[in-house]
Design a protein around this ligand. Structure first.
Ligand code: C2E
Ligand code: CA
Ligand code: CA
Length: 478
């Protein structure tokens, strides 16, 4: 406000002027400094008043959090603050299945647990996005304990819904700004996705390389589909309670033949594409290819080798799933039982009701369902007996040690017992040695899949196994 009228000064201030300068004026530098000081003060005030706190959790909002974190970083380097990111697994489905009110209450509880934690140590926190929390806190020796504490709270308050937290940590490092620290903690946190063994990750340099690779694979997916870079390999399953063991069926396993990176194994891209739902694109290709292959072998060799394909969690939510699968059966003139569907045990426990509906529907049509990686999830005996399954596949990690570890062998026997009780066959996966095979045979296991018989093979090589079976049949007939 510029004025030469004395009486106007007060009025100007009352109307909201920040300051005033009386005319005439000549000290330009002083005036310039005064104006810029006022602008500065005003910006500061705006920053503070701009919603400091998230209404739901009462933690800081994102912008204020980073403003504050930057100040701590700048003025208190001696504090050695770590960046911690917490996230809820599949939060959108929690909202979808239980309503937003329930979702909000979960976020509120996490917020208050974080506040409780911060009252015991130095630090600040924010809900930076829907279900993403940032904590900038003094270094902790045991982050697993911290995660367990938050997870326990979740288990206590949501008895009927499984809420899983994941945590990523990037420990303090000199001269790394908070924004970058949190970027990395966040990357560590997303590495937890789909990992059933651990829900806590620390950022490492490997992870940076992994991040870059992931980004590249995500970018390259579309071209890979268009240019047919995905190949389907087939791994045989053998019936073992006969001599010699006989080829019974196969599992279709995808490979990515990348033009620059070479052969990429599914372990490197399946979890990545599962994370963003793009897995359905790959799976659809694999199912179509497998269906075509079953028909092709049937036409050329006169026998049907049933092939199991893998279903991801995201596929189960896909509205076109049933239509896609039945379409393939019809197009190729197959019977439903010729293409079996593998669903991992953890999918059953994650989202029981919807999955059960879909699986029941598929079974009514005539598809056989194999429960994959059985023993790695959390299903109780009680749940299993009511689950729609036609085959149990033991988790590979049990087989690995059955020669040396009696406890693991007992577990395999237990799985066989459960299968007997359910009246379904058992497939032991990951069998690599003769000893393992004999142990499984004695344990009354029905089928075996593993390197002992064969690695997953391209279709042309798998055909040699089919031809061998036809020869055994011919010899037996003579
Ligand atoms: P999975 O469904 O449990 O498949 C079995 C994996 O174990 C395969 O790895 C197979 O090559 C490997 N394997 C078989 N026998 C042995 C053995 O004797 N020793 C050892 N060490 N490993 C053995 P692969 O092909 O790398 O696939 C890894 C996982 O990727 C699969 O686990 C499955 O979850 C996923 N996957 C593979 N193909 C597809 C696909 O087309 N769609 C979807 N959704 N997932 C797929
Ligand atoms: Ca499988
Ligand atoms: Ca498996």
């Amino acid at each position: 406000m510029l004025t030469s009228e004395k009486s106007a000064e007060l009025k100007a201030l009352q109307m909201g002027a920040a300051d005033f300068i009386t005319k005439p004026f000549d000290m330009h530098d002083v005036i310039r400094a005064r104006v810029s000081r006022i602008i500065e003060l005003n910006e500061g005030r705006q920053l503070i008043s701009a919603a400091e706190h998230d209404k739901l959790t009462m933690l800081y909002t994102r912008s204020f959090f980073f403003e504050y974190a930057n100040r701590i970083y700048k003025y208190h380097p001696e504090l050695h603050m770590d960046a911690v990111v917490i996230n809820i697994e599949q939060f959108h489905t929690v909202n979808e299945l239980n309503g937003f009110e329930f979702g909000d209450s979960i976020l509120r509880i996490i917020g208050s647990e974080i506040s409780a934690f911060l009252s015991e140590t130095e630090g600040i926190a924010s809900r930076v996005e829907a279900d993403r929390f940032n904590i900038f806190c003094k270094h902790q020796d045991d982050y697993q304990a911290l995660l367990d504490r938050f997870q326990k709270k979740m288990d206590d308050v949501s008895r009927n819904v499984s809420i899983r937290l994941r945590m990523g940590v990037k420990p303090w490092k000199a001269d790394v700004e908070p924004m970058l620290l949190f970027d990395r903690a966040s990357a560590a946190c997303s590495m937890v996705r789909g990992n059933y063994k651990t829900h806590l990750m620390f950022y490492s340099e490997d992870m940076l390389a992994r991040e870059l690779l992931n980004r590249r694979l995500l970018n390259d997916l579309r071209a890979a589909v268009e240019e047919k870079q995905f190949k389907v390999f087939y791994q045989p399953k053998y019936r073992i309670q006969c001599d010699p063991p006989r080829l019974c069926s196969a599992e279709a396993l995808v490979r990515w033949k990348h033009p620059e990176l070479g052969m990429i194994s599914p372990g490197d891209f399946i979890p990545l594409f599962e994370g963003n739902g793009q897995i359905s694109v790959v799976d659809k290709f694999v199912w179509a290819e497998a269906a075509r292959q079953i028909a092709d072998w049937r036409d050329r060799f006169g026998i049907v080798v049933p092939v199991s394909v893998n279903l991801s969690r995201a596929d189960v939510f896909h509205p076109m799933l049933v239509k896609t699968l039945t379409g393939l059966i019809e197009e190729n003139g197959l019977e439903y039982k010729n293409m079996k569907l593998e669903v991992t045990e953890s999918a059953y426990t994650d989202n029981a009701s919807h999955l059960l509906d879909v699986v029941n529907h598929l079974r009514e049509l005539g598809f056989e369902i194999e429960m994959d990686d059985f023993g790695s999830g959390y299903s109780s005996l009680n749940m299993i007996s009511s689950m729609p399954i036609d085959v149990l596949k033991t988790d590979m990690k049990f087989i690995r040690n059955i020669e040396h570890n009696t406890k693991d062998f007992r577990l395999v026997e237990l799985v066989v017992d459960i299968a007997k009780y359910l009246n379904v066959p058992v497939v032991a996966e990951g069998v690599e040695t003769e000893t393992q095979l004999q142990l499984l045979k004695n344990a009354d296991c029905d089928l075996v899949q593993g390197y002992y018989f064969s690695r997953p093979l391209p279709a042309e090589e798998f055909e040699k196994l089919i031809i061998r079976e036809i020869e055994i049949d011919r010899r037996n007939d003579q």
